[in-house]
Design a protein around this ligand. Sequence first.
Ligand code: AVJ
Ligand code: FE
Length: 439
Amino acid sequence: PDLTDPETLRERALAALTTARDRTAQLTSCVEDPDLTAQHSPLMSPLVWDLAHIGNQEEMWLLREVAGRDAMRPEIDGLYDAFEHPRAERPSLPLLPPDEARRYAAEVRGRALDVLEGTRFRGTPLTEAGFAFGMIAQHEQQHDETMLITHQLRKGPAALTAPDPAPAPPFTGPAEVLVPGGPFTMGTSAEPWALDNERPAHRRLVPPFFIDTTPVTNAAYQAFIADGGYGDPRWWAPDGWTHIRSHSIEAPLYWRREGGQWLRRRFGATEVVPPDEPVLHVSWYEADAYARWAGRRLPTETEWEKAARHDPAADRSTRYPWGDADPTPEHANLGQRHLRPAPAGSYPAGESPLGVRQLIGDVWEWTASDFLPYPGFAAFPYKEYSEVFFGPEHKVLRGGSFAVDQVACRGTFRNWDYPIRRQIFSGFRTARDAAAETA
Ligand code: AVJ
Ligand code: FE
């Protein structure tokens, strides 16, 4: 696509905003109002908070910052400021009731589309290539993933359904792939809607390493459990060991042992844990412990991105493992088309030049790395998106899950969370040094 052409940009922005709003509508109309205002977990906001927060962010950035309009409802800004009120507090706030929240978000959207109609896509950093519109579509899609997490936490029968991914024959390729050592370009200065923490592009030297061809499966993870992995402090980072002992954690979130097998609750239904699916709902500590038990380690964020983006033949970094083309349903499991990851080894069309699969979509992948700024980082357009979260308390996740839309997922996209977190759609793959063998 020609991203210098204003009509192309307008179409892409409109499509991204519309896709996000359709999903938001589904996530907030499949349950009755009491389910929207209830808090299903102290870890999450009531769904109706996400709904009005989506509208409020759109109003702040597209109507006030881009178009210079006055606040529509200045009295509600504080309610929807994520930094003013922690999630556990949000149900006790005088939030807009569901109908009013819907009306507010719809009114903002109507005005935002007028702004989009009139923009020239240049002149200010916010409007350059439609950045603010892309940022707001990504923001809404991130909250659509958050709302899906809330749906998974919610008790009661399933409110959402989707077809399962196509069954796949057992993956028979190599278990790991050698990524040769050498420099590659990490991050981006070119992707127009990349967020501040993905910038700028910079060269990094990476020693050779092996990385798993697919994410770690439930079957592999069950072997760790069966081997007493949760009871052996040798495998655990000290803080992780303390955490699992004090919270009696003995399996991934939503798993339960019954009649000699592992069952899992998934969106209101219970099923036998499928052996060939990537493991889901594990913390960084669990991923790290599994890797140590397996005689391996988590990949660093740099290694992950090199595996996902470096094209050795052309010695250049691509937008996605399969090249520069936007994702299609043949490439990756994205966008809540399915409400679960696809079997390990799926999506051959989405593999990297070296044959690594499912780097994009399916499950967020924990990396070994702390969430830190790249050299030359500049907060844009606000410090509270990334900058205030940099530091050793957050670990980086890469690649996106089945719950992420493509607008908020690419080879450079960075997510982060606390190492104890597991209600997110998190899994992992492992790696190991190759230096000894190739030296
Ligand atoms: C990038 C997923 C960690 O949900 O906390 C949403 C995204 N930032 N609204 C989050 C975000 C502001 C953020 N994560
Ligand atoms: Fe937000």
